[in-house]
Design a protein around this ligand. Structure first.
Ligand SMILES: Cc1cc2nc3c(=O)[nH]c(=O)nc-3n(C[C@H](O)[C@H](O)[C@H](O)COP(=O)(O)OP(=O)(O)OC[C@H]3O[C@@H](n4cnc5c(N)ncnc54)[C@H](O)[C@@H]3O)c2cc1C
Length: 421
């Protein structure tokens, strides 16, 4: 029944890279995608700019620790080769001060375009609005069952024709459940389980966090901060970067980078993230700054005393927490009140109560045991001819382009290997 050499389930990051590489190696390739377009999630990455890789790719940026596995992967396809893969497709890129790589146009659409152009040039067929529902081993390769589905926005649309397709090899590149609103699904894990793979519980990682208390006055405030995560009397992690207050929670790169550790620690008890909005001032320097300011601005209200110090909404909230009336004469404040205020702006406590869930998560932790796939070809050790790529694997990366990098790398290696069989 083999109608094509390779069927790829999912036209996301790893599926598109796999399709391009398999077709370049001479295989006939069919990509099945349930969304109405290929690469939908890529369009939303990096806030539409697609932080597609990082100049500092190394196994240390992936979780759970997978150094032995990833050393073999990155030796087989060094990060520079992934950059060259995109260069060959015509993509120029640019690097920011943190080593993050973006298309020069700063448009994720260009990343999708160079990939889909390559697929067209290599006669790869991409069948959208087609959901894979089962993968079985036949006498002569794989049978892939699929069904035509309506676009995601058409809630009343009926499911359509059922399909049975044959292929010599299958690359499962169905991604994870994050952002279900643009097609994220846990369905790929179910397909893997049915094929005999071990799938560890999947949870949101790199995700905005919910915090205790009413901080609605800070909604939408975006500030640079250093975050120190503390639990059980211990300092667990530190990040620095943008912090965004959202309704009922916090987000932004500094929070996303801390979220994995925060959610892990939350299983054991209370977790506090202390936000330092003056990381460039040691506590003594902060105290000197405020007492010096009192000499020059002590005749103002506290609101006037604070003007120009930092974000007004933040300072007003901190003043409230320190029980300082915003319009009180600054000069009449006790030293203790000013000291409490200083502590709050250098260690603003955010008690973490949970995550905002898959709807807001960038990546999922958990998934297919990495030990069950080959680190060089991403071929399943359970089912010969099956390949597992991208977020389906129980390896997730830090923010900064690491997740897409692993998606491209695993896709390219799987595509190459699947074509070579
Ligand atoms: C908002 C957002 C921003 C992000 N920004 C970045 C960033 O800037 N840098 C970075 O490195 N990472 C980023 N990530 C993470 C990154 O997007 C993922 O790690 C990456 O896309 C995973 O690639 P993948 O190929 O495994 O899955 P995906 O890219 O999710 O692709 C899977 C595809 O499979 C399809 N599919 C699923 N099941 C089926 C089925 N049964 N039949 C047919 N098709 C199916 C899906 O519709 C989807 O198109 C971001 C994630 C989100 C949600």
């Amino acid at each position: 029944m083999q109608e094509q050499d390779v069927i790829i389930v999912g036209a996301g990051a790893s599926g598109l890279a796999a399709a391009a590489e398999a077709a370049r190696a001479g295989a006939s390739v069919l990509v099945l995608e349930k969304n109405h377009v290929p690469g939908r999630k890529i369009l939303s990455t990096g806030s539409g700019k697609c932080n597609f890789s990082n100049i500092k790719i190394s196994p240390a940026s992936y979780h759970p620790p997978s150094a032995a596995f990833l050393k073999k992967t990155f030796a087989s396809l060094p990060p520079a080769r992934v950059r060259a893969f995109f260069g060959d497709l015509g993509l120029l890129w640019t690097k920011d001060e943190k080593g993050r790589l973006f298309p020069r146009s700063m448009k994720a659409q260009d990343v999708v375009n160079v990939l889909t152009n390559e697929l067209s040039a290599r006669a790869v067929r991409v069948q959208t609005l087609t959901e894979v529902t089962g993968i079985f081993l036949g006498e002569d390769g794989f049978i892939v069952e699929a069904q035509k589905v309506p676009p995601q926005w058409d809630k009343k649309g009926a499911r359509g024709e059922k399909l049975r397709l044959g292929a010599g090899r299958v690359i499962l590149a169905a991604g994870g459940p994050c952002y279900p609103q643009i097609g994220g699904t846990a369905g790929g894990y179910e397909l893997l389980r049915k094929l005999g793979h071990t799938v560890s519980p999947v949870r949101p990682s790199m995700v905005p966090l919910a915090v205790k208390g009413n901080l609605t006055e800070l909604d939408g405030v975006r500030l640079e901060a250093r975050l120190d995560l503390k639990a059980g009397g211990k300092h667990i992690a530190r990040t620095q970067g943008e912090l965004l207050f959202t309704s009922g929670g916090v987000s932004g790169p500094a929070v996303l980078d801390l979220s994995r550790a925060a959610l892990e620690a939350l299983k054991e008890g209370t977790v506090i993230a202390e936000a330092d909005f003056f990381p460039d001032y040691v506590p003594a320097a902060m105290a000197r700054l405020l007492t010096g300011r009192m000499k020059s601005l002590g005749d103002r209200t506290f609101s006037g005393f604070c003007a120009g110090l930092h974000n007004e909404k933040l300072l007003k909230t901190a003043a409230g927490l320190a029980a300082i009336p915003w319009q009180a004469p600054a000069g009449q404040l006790s030293g203790d009140s000013l000291a409490a205020f200083a502590v709050l702006i250098k260690a603003f406590p955010l008690e973490i109560t949970g995550s905002r869930g898959f709807e807001d998560a960038m990546v999922a932790a958990g998934g297919c045991a990495a030990s069950e796939v080959c680190p060089v070809t991403f071929e399943s050790k359970k089912v010969k001819g099956l390949y597992v790529t991208g977020e389906l694997l129980n390896i997730d990366g830090d923010s900064g382009g690491y997740n897409l990098h692993l998606a491209w790398t695993s896709g390219i290696l799987a595509g190459r290997a699947a074509a070579g069989k």
